[in-house]
Design a protein around this ligand. Structure first.
Ligand SMILES: [Zn+2]
Length: 274
């Protein structure tokens, strides 16, 4: 399966330069980029714009992106936000079949999801490791613990103990904004970003790890300042007292630091556990 999807893969991608205007970049500036470290750091800093060497999904795959994503969102609404964060691939397929309002994933949608999962992400700029090797990877319910009033889970052991220690030190002003994420949860987040960027996989992967590559699947989690909303996921978070306290106490060992070499924007809210 991996080899088959890999061989088909090249047909799924085009560069920004070749992308039809209809879906390439009508509302973004396009930047001409040179190779090298400076260029990579610029892309990570200004992650939400189109660069001339960005890689897009081929136009004929966009309908599959939309229908797969719509089905995943319906499943999340059906099973609930917290349950969805643990949901695996086989369970998602089963739920699709069981609810007429969702409908089964088509063969082409399943092939599309496999293509995204097993493709060479370095081709579109993501250089991180892949902690989850199999699209059907499961999260054992006995290994995670639901964190009250957050809608999120954490792995028992190191992750939970670290979060508990942070809460003890900083009090209720620090909150858990994202915990354990299954492969399907990461699919939903990544495809959502890919859809918003009109199929630009390079731009999507500058914002978050592709499915299989997120360490939320194995232990990492995100924290924020209570009441700070979406700003918890921006560099503004570094201006908060929560961030300063975390830094002072030595809890910030960045997975994606300010000048990382993984092709990902700086994520000051992400706590590296593994
Ligand atoms: Zn994170």
């Amino acid at each position: 399966m991996q080899r088959r999807t890999f061989l088909k893969y090249t047909a799924f991608l085009i560069t920004a330069a070749a992308a039809p205007k209809a879906f390439a970049k009508p509302c973004y500036a396009t930047f001409r980029s040179d190779s090298g470290v400076r260029d990579r750091l610029v892309k990570q800093k200004f992650f939400d714009v189109v660069y001339d060497d960005d890689i897009f999904l081929a136009k004929d795959k966009l309908p599959l992106l939309k229908t797969s994503l719509r089905r995943l969102k319906k499943i999340q609404r059906t099973v609930g936000y917290a349950n969805f964060s643990l949901l695996d691939f086989d369970e998602a397929l089963k739920i699709g079949k069981s609810y007429a309002s969702i409908g089964p994933f088509s063969r082409q949608e399943i092939d599309f999801l496999e293509m995204i999962f097993y493709s060479q992400v370095k081709d579109y700029g993501f250089m991180g490791e892949k902690p989850i090797k199999n699209i059907t990877g499961k999260i054992k319910k006995s290994r995670v613990k639901k964190i009250r009033s957050t809608g999120n889970y954490l792995y028992r052991g190191r992750a939970f103990e670290l979060y508990r220690t942070i809460r003890k030190e900083l009090g209720t002003q620090v909150i858990l904004t994202s915990g354990v994420r299954s492969v399907m949860k990461q699919f939903l987040l990544f495809l959502n970003k890919a859809e918003k960027s009109r199929g630009n996989l390079s731009m999507a992967s500058r914002s978050l790890a592709p499915p299989g590559y997120s360490f939320h699947g194995v232990g990492d989690f995100d924290v924020g300042k209570k009441g700070y909303g979406i700003y918890n996921f921006t560099e503004k978070f570094t201006g908060t007292n929560v961030y300063r306290r975390l830094a002072d106490l030595g809890y910030l060992k960045f997975r994606y630091g300010p000048d990382n070499n993984l092709g990902v924007r700086f994520e000051p809210w992400h706590i590296k556990v593994i």
